[in-house]
Structures are given as C-alpha cells and as structure tokens.
Design a protein around this ligand. Structure first.
Ligand code: PXL
Length: 291
C-alpha cells in the first residue's frame, strides 16, 4: 500500500481541467486536498477560458501531453487516491482508462463532468460513450449531478425516486458506488447507492451566490476522506458537510458566481478581517495593458 512516512501527508492526484478563476477544476481540487491536510498533484486535461461568469471556451490538452504528465508523476510519487474531473476528449478518457487499468490506485473518485452550466461541452460526444464504457467500472465511486446521471443512465430523472432509479441503473452499467448530487433542487438531496442501501442525504438549501466549483470540491473532499482512511459512506457525508460550510463562507469575488472558501476550517474567526489592510501595488500606476 501507499503508506506515507510519519508526518508526510497522503498524496492525491487530480486529473481535471484548469479554470483560470480558480473556482472549479484543478485549482479547486488542490485547495480541497490542502484543506484536508493532503498533498495534491495535478495533471491537466484542458485549459478553459472561464471566469466566475461561466465557461467561454475550452482548449483540450492532447492525449500525448496528458499521458506524459501522468507517467512522469506516477513514477515519482505514491498516489493514495485519484480524483477525475473534466476530461475534454475521448482520447483523454482512453489515457485515463489505461492508467487506471495498469496502476491499481487504492481509491478513484470519478466526477463525470459533461457540460458547463452555460451548456458548453466539457467532454465531447464520443468521450461520453467511452467514459460510460470504460471508466465507470474503474472508479470506487462516481459523483454525477442529476443532468449527468440522466445522460449516463439514459433515464429521465424526476425527484428522489428518479435519482434512486438512476443510481441503480448506473450500478448496473458498472459503477461500484454512486452519489447523485441534487444540490440545485428546491429541496436539495443527494442519493448514495453502493449496491446495498440507497440512502438519501438531505440538507437545507444554503443561501449563497458563491457556489462556483461546488461539484469539484465535493468529489475532491470524498477522495481526501478516503485517502485519510474513512469508509465510503462517511467520506461522502463528511464531504457534504465540508462543501456546505465552504459555500456558506464562500467569497463574493467576481461578477458571477463566486468561489467557495475552501479554507474556512483553517481560518476559523481570527483571519476573517486580515484582508482589510490594503497594500498598494508596486510599479507604475498605469502599467501597459492590452485589456
Ligand atoms: O464543475 C464542472 C467543471 C469542472 N472542471 C472545470 C470546469 C467545470 C465547470 O465549468 O470548468 C475545469
């Protein structure tokens, strides 16, 4: 097993896209790992053109470059858990499937990211089929939202009963365990199914506009909790509680949906006002700009 030396945190690998506004994607994943006292490494699958106002464009990384990043990393560091997010292309799905088949990582959390809220594709159409065929069965748990679960299961999902039926269907399609997230519902509920019990995890609606990257933080927090030795159902519940608080304490940064506060636990009160001291930027007041 990948048992780190005393005092050395578990290493978690995220394979995901880059969001320059750092609310979603690998930046969110690395912050979530760090907030759980884990060390994060990342292989980038795509660069997105994005702000808190949404995804405007996507430039996938080639399969060769993704493979090279992964090969270099896994020769070097012992990976305790993998989180998979946006993959971009079918070719990148294949690279990840080959990696997971070759290296048996202790835990794999698959967030099957298909589309941005704006409707832009974050995985191409043939990639969706490939993910369904090859990746579902290689994950410890998958964390689709309702729209993603509907696409992957082929079922129309209405309410909690629909979520349960889709979770069962996704198990039939090869997933070992499924959490369908319903955070956007009027009455938010997540449905967890591991083949034995189908458990709804309800929660109160959190009033916040700062929800950018919620799915990324949730799946990463599950991966961190698994690497730290928790059972899957506990890992899911702890991740849900973490994300809820991180949303409540989220930052009103940017003109769209602000990011979560991944580090609320580390801050706990004493740092709350430390941002008010304004340090003037150095250099000329009117630097050259293309913008
Ligand atoms: O939340 C899904 C997601 C994951 N990863 C990246 C994204 C998004 C949504 O926009 O941009 C990089």
């Amino acid at each position: 097993m990948n048992q780190p030396a005393t005092g050395v945190p578990p290493v978690l690998l995220t394979i995901a896209g880059f969001d320059p506004s750092a609310g979603a994607g690998i930046a969110a994943d690395l912050k979530t790992f760090a907030a759980h006292n884990c060390y994060g490494v990342a292989a980038v699958t795509a660069v997105t053109i994005q702000s808190t106002r949404g995804v405007k464009g996507v430039q996938p990384v080639s399969a060769e470059v993704l493979r090279a990043q992964l090969e270099e990393l896994i020769k070097d560091v012992p990976v305790a858990a993998v989180k998979i997010g946006m993959l971009g292309t079918r070719a990148n799905v294949q690279v990840v499937a080959e990696l997971l088949e070759k290296k048996k990582f202790p835990f794999v959390v698959l967030d099957p990211v298909l589309k941005a809220t704006s409707g832009l594709e974050l995985l191409d159409a043939t990639g969706v089929k490939e993910l369904s065929k090859r990746l579902l069965g290689l994950a410890t748990v998958i964390t689709p939202n309702i729209a993603e679960a509907a696409v992957l299961s082929g079922l129309e999902i209405k309410g909690e009963e629909g979520m349960k039926a889709a979770a069962q269907k996704l198990r039939e399609l090869g997933a070992r365990a499924v959490v369908i997230t319903g955070g956007d519902l009027e009455k938010p509920v997540d449905v967890f199914y591991d083949g034995t019990t189908c458990t709804p995890f309800g929660g109160e609606r959190v009033k916040s506009e700062n929800t950018h990257g919620t799915g990324c933080a949730f799946s990463s927090a599950i991966a961190a909790n698994l690497a730290l030795g928790r059972q899957l159902d506990d890992a899911v519940m702890l991740a849900k509680a973490y994300v809820r608080k991180a949303i409540e304490r989220g930052y009103p940064i940017g003109k769209g949906k602000g990011p979560l506060n991944h580090f609320y636990r580390q801050q706990n009160g004493q740092m709350a006002h430390s941002h008010s001291t304004h340090v003037p930027a150095e250099g000329p007041a009117h630097a050259m700009s293309h913008f």
